[in-house]
Write a protein that binds this ligand. Structure first.
Ligand SMILES: [Zn+2]
Length: 202
């Protein structure tokens, strides 16, 4: 099966935050745009960020084609996990309720595996349509418990809504991308300054 076309951004500095950034213009209801439009898009994303091997992504795509309704349910549950976790990270809700509900299920379906670097991590035991949800649940659980979250920041653009870990030395990163949101806001601020100056001289 051919995977759908997908633009993948990795500027969140963490896989779970990169997943949050699969919505463009999240804070502008008129422009909000979803990149993960189907379960197949989720598979393509997981393959691109190397959470799933190409062989496993292909196998899951076959399973999804055989049971489209189960795949649609999984797709909806993954978006709910992503958006509920995002709301907790940004302080819009008090706690990630969906993650708390999904985590025991993901753990029950997983076992601890040691990587070549000697680090232990949870991995799903078997490959099924619920594997992407379990993988992403475990990614969010790791992030929520990580000290790296002290660098969490939301892009200061009014509408962007992308999130990242600020690892800059001065801890002063304001934008998801300096070239994109940063540049646009600098241009706008400059135009507003010129307008105010012109008004004060009129
Ligand atoms: Zn931005």
């Amino acid at each position: 099966m051919r995977m759908p076309e997908l633009t993948v951004s990795r500027l969140g500095g963490d896989l779970a935050l990169d997943l949050c950034n699969t919505v463009d213009w999240r804070l502008d209801p008129d422009r909000r745009s979803e990149r993960l439009r189907s379960f197949a898009h989720v598979l393509a994303w997981l393959e691109r960020v190397e959470l799933l091997s190409p062989a496993h992504a292909d196998r899951l795509a076959e399973l999804a084609e055989a049971d489209p309704s189960a795949a649609a349910t999984e797709h909806a549950r993954i978006l709910a996990l992503r958006d509920d976790s995002y709301a907790a990270l940004t302080g819009d809700t008090a706690s990630p309720a969906v993650l708390e509900r999904e985590l025991p299920v993901a753990h029950a379906a997983s076992h601890l595996e040691r990587s070549v670097h000697g680090v232990w991590a949870w991995h799903p035991r078997a490959l099924g349509l619920d594997t992407p949800r379990h993988l992403l649940t475990l990614e969010f659980a790791r992030l929520f418990a990580s000290p790296a979250l002290s660098g969490f920041h939301r892009c200061e653009d009014r509408h962007c809504g992308w999130v990242f870990l600020d690892t800059s030395r001065q801890h002063n990163r304001r934008w998801c991308s300096s070239a994109d949101c940063g540049n646009r806001n600098r241009v706008r601020a400059h135009a507003e300054r010129l307008r105010r100056e012109a008004e004060s001289q009129a």
